[in-house]
Design a binder for this molecule. Sequence first.
Ligand code: CA2
Length: 145
Amino acid sequence: MERILVLNGPNLNLLGERDPAHYGTKALDEINEGLFVKASELGVELVCFQSNHEGYLIDKIHSERKSCQGIIINPGALAHYSYAIRDALEAVALPVVEVHLSDITRREEWRSESVVSPVAWRVVIGRGWMGYIEALEVLVSHLRE
Ligand code: CA2
């Protein structure tokens, strides 16, 4: 059975508390519950991890590199400047789907670039929580091609 690492970065633990116009109304636990339902339909195992700390996210990418076959990551604001996350994802050489709940290309200028995207196999933006489900579906199809 394939195992997929699902990572969420800074502040995503607060989802559902504020700013529904950008991020929707679901809490991260509810998004993860939806992902577990889809994972069971697809017959894959998920490991979900959220941290507000760049280094902990990098440690998780490293520690799961041999036990997971793919990564779904919403790096939060780290997407806009973390070359360390970018390098970690590139180093482990697993297929990566980058997810953003909001459409970062249609917000503030500083949000419009992701330094992670160049090492992602696919990027899903502006699809709300369903973006994570879409990410899981395309990643699993890709792994089974
Ligand atoms: O659209 C996305 O998914 C983001 O990755 C979310 C990040 C943001 O910094 C990125 O630019 C785009 C922010 C995550 C959470 O921010 C909250 C703000 C208010 C209430 C709850 C969460």
